[in-house]
Write a protein that binds this ligand. Sequence first.
Ligand SMILES: [Zn+2]
Length: 147
Amino acid sequence: MNLETLAIFLLVLALAWRSFRWLTAPMPPSLNPWGPDVQQSLDDPDLPELCHRCLTPHGTTEWFCPTCNASVGPYNNYMPYLYIFSQGEILRSGVADRVRPSLLTVGGYLLYSLTSYSLLAPIYWFFLLRNPGRPETVPHADADRAP
Ligand SMILES: [Zn+2]
């Protein structure tokens, strides 16, 4: 056994020991930003579900938000007919909504559109990459509600 092999063996052993210590360390306290009363109200089964886009309460049997038409059904992504609308909502949000541009979101939109549109994906990419510099013209869903 030469010196390099011994050094690599000791490095692997040290990494294994650090991994073991990390896995067996006690868990840090939970970072719950709210008190127990808020947590209890969140756990209430009678609490209505909210739309992830406009926060409008909706029923448990609805597939789409009655206000903004977002896909809110729990099984929309698994139903053969409805998953097309879920995919369309995701891809449409990349070109129409305000999306914080980051490597993860833009990379996700690029790859997802490539798998969905294949040869026509560059057309989607044109609108996707044009979106962050576009001024906001779509009114927010809250603007439609009467005070
Ligand atoms: Zn909505």
